[in-house]
Design a protein around this ligand. Structure first.
Ligand SMILES: *Cc1c(COP(=O)(O)O)cnc(C)c1O
Length: 379
């Protein structure tokens, strides 16, 4: 069984996909063009914001957002301690200082209380200027923007939503990637909406910021490509990937997002009453299930568990084994004012199970069967 079955997905729309890719190739337009423009229009419509600017990957999308806001040396940027490396990496890449904030035990997402106390620490004990908070929609569930948006307003922090894993999630009837002053996503193949290579996008309602992001993404262009008014990057979504995403977005919106939620409920039901803690989705929230991540008891040897599951044909992953504040790359150039004990604990006990809109009922049952069997043998 696959951890995320991208082949079954491809086979479900093979004819349309092959046509779309061949169409892009035979047009011989490989950068930009109508396919990219049309995709950006559809993505911004889906998310419900005025602007979508596509770029080369989700990491660049975050960096472009920080560049558009002019974030740099002397600025403090608040990042969850439990996330993929990129969220903190881009902060250091623009010369600012990442400040790591703990997450909530139940949702794995940024803890508003920890954000407030980290903010107080930076304001009272450092010379840094608090500028931006980057909540992450981890594993597909939007961070709790019902609390984070008013808090960021109160603290006068810009809010950058890292929706790399969150595309397709909702709070009420509002979609992920619409909660930040700027929001970003990734189209890495295994993300909820993935392409066949690297890709990313920046979303905003602000006309001026959208213009700036477009400029930074193409060598800081001014009036034209050879008029360069700022130092930027070269970060574009290939036309072929736009063609791929055109086909995938249709399936995603029409049925995949519902199907992946149905599969999460299969797991919820199969795992109810076992010693395994299932992921919690807040009331009124919907996840896009980038991952289905359970919690094991601390006494379980997770490496042995994974090894035995793999031998039974069940692939699992650990997202993430190490808190950001323990990453060597951030040593001496970041702050972790709170002890981030929740992150430290969950890093030791999380386990992500195979999921995706094409997971079969048979495979989901088999995952739970072997999981219970191996757990019994280990305890
Ligand atoms: C994947 C991911 C990114 C980076 O996206 P890439 O397209 O791989 O650069 C950023 N943040 C989070 C939370 C991610 O999961």
């Amino acid at each position: 069984m696959e951890f995320r079955d991208l082949r079954a997905q491809y086979l479900s729309f093979k004819r349309e996909m092959d046509e779309a890719i061949l169409g892009a190739v035979s047009s011989s337009r490989f950068i930009g063009g109508e396919l990219v423009t049309e995709l950006e229009r559809r993505l911004s419509d889906y998310v419900g914001v005025r602007h979508c600017v596509t770029c080369a990957n989700g990491t660049d999308a975050l960096q472009l957002a920080l560049m558009a806001w002019g974030v740099g040396p002397g600025d403090a940027v608040f990042v969850p301690d439990f996330t993929f490396f990129s969220t903190g990496e881009v902060v250091s890449a623009v010369g600012a200082t990442p400040v790591f904030v703990d997450v909530l035990e139940q949702t794995f997402n940024m803890d508003p209380e920890s954000l407030r106390s980290a903010y107080d620490y930076v304001a009272d004990h450092t010379d840094l200027r608090p500028r931006v908070a980057i909540p992450v929609d981890l594993f597909g569930q939007p961070a709790d923007y019902t609390q984070l948006m008013p808090l960021c307003r109160e603290l006068d922090l810009l809010l950058l939503e890292d929706g790399a894993q969150g595309f397709g999630g909702t709070i009420g009837d509002r979609r992920a990637c619409s909660f930040g002053g700027i929001s970003t996503t990734s189209f890495f193949p295994a993300k909820p909406l993935g392409c066949y290579g690297d890709g990313g996008a920046v979303f905003t309602d602000d006309d001026g910021l959208a213009e700036l992001v477009r400029s930074y993404a193409v060598h800081g262009k001014g009036e034209g490509k050879y008029d360069n008014v700022r130092v930027g990057m070269n970060s574009r979504l290939d036309t072929i990937q736009a063609a791929v995403l055109g086909v995938k977005l249709t399936s995603f919106a029409e049925h995949e997002i519902d199907e992946v939620n149905a599969r999460a409920r299969w797991y919820d039901n199969l795992l109810a009453g076992t010693s395994i803690e299932i992921p919690k989705v807040l009331k009124g929230f919907r996840s896009s299930w980038a991952q289905y991540t359970v919690r094991l008891s601390e006494s379980i040897n997770r490496e042995i568990l994974q090894f035995r599951l793999q031998k039974s044909g069940v692939p699992t992953m650990v997202y993430y084994p190490k808190p950001m504040h323990e990453q060597l790359a951030f040593r001496g150039c970041s702050i972790c004012p709170n002890s981030c004990t929740v992150t430290t604990r969950i890093c030791k006990t999380v386990l992500s199970l195979p999921i995706g809109p094409y997971l079969t009922r048979e495979n989901s049952a088999s995952v739970v069967h072997y999981l219970q069997k191996v757990l019994e043998s280990l305890s």
